[in-house]
Design a binder for this molecule. Sequence first.
Ligand code: GLN
Length: 303
Amino acid sequence: MEDLLHSIEQKVKPLIGLGKVADYIPALANVDPNQFGIAIYSNDGELYYSGQANTEFSIQSISKVFSLTLAIKHYGDSMWQRVGREPSGNPFNSLVQLEYEAGVPRNPFINAGALVICDMNQSRFASPHYAMREFIRRLANNPELRSDKIVSDSEYEFRSRNASMAYLMKAFGNFENDVETVLHNYFDNCAMRMSCVDLAKAFSFLANRGFCQHTGEQVLSPKETMQVNGLLATSGLYDEAGNFAYRVGLPGKSGVGGGIVAIVPNRFSVCVWSPELNKSGNSLAGMAALEALSESIGWSIFG
Ligand code: GLN
């Protein structure tokens, strides 16, 4: 497996230079684009990796899966009155559908949906970001993980678009808590720093019927796990979810820090990272690496 990962790394590295690092905040614009890492974690607890798999990066929207998981654990099916389960076909930070759809976001993985989920977690935890950080540390088996204050402060400074979504949802009655407080928590979650190895481990419960091997915790039920994977397959890569299904064929979640996590149900969790993004905000070399890997091993769930 490690030989395969090395050869894929060599194959996709020439793509670095063709994309663009996220530049909507200075703290992300300054990341060195010339980086690549990949890690695979098996349900038997074996770890394979190549490149900068232990380098931490900003997980950004990948955090939306952890907040969704916390919300499901508490609210169960009742949460779906406040957020939908359909792909949006629009960029992750788009506002247009919210107005037409009475403040109910299309799915939990676009920004509007993730903000509603953070609002739900705000109603439940006194310190939602700390609850989330502890949860992630446990799942990744890494007590050192933390959020980057420079990134979250910068996100807050440039929050206009996310704030607009949250206030519009509040106007429609789909937001319970103080918007600014929820935004702080959302940005702190997005600014968590993790490596490919951390993320592959933290996502392993989704490849293992909801069971996290290293904590012995049943994080979600097998049914809830299937449901989350279904949502990841249809909406995890925003308006590129169809292309990801076509090229990779796995449930996945990306973030503008350049990370992409993918799940091979009942077998592996995978994380790839390279900071340069394509037009939809997904890692360009990361997509190519997952495509090559999935094709070499025959992983597509549609096969
Ligand atoms: N923090 C980012 C935002 O709110 C997350 C977006 C992403 O990773 N797609 O815009």
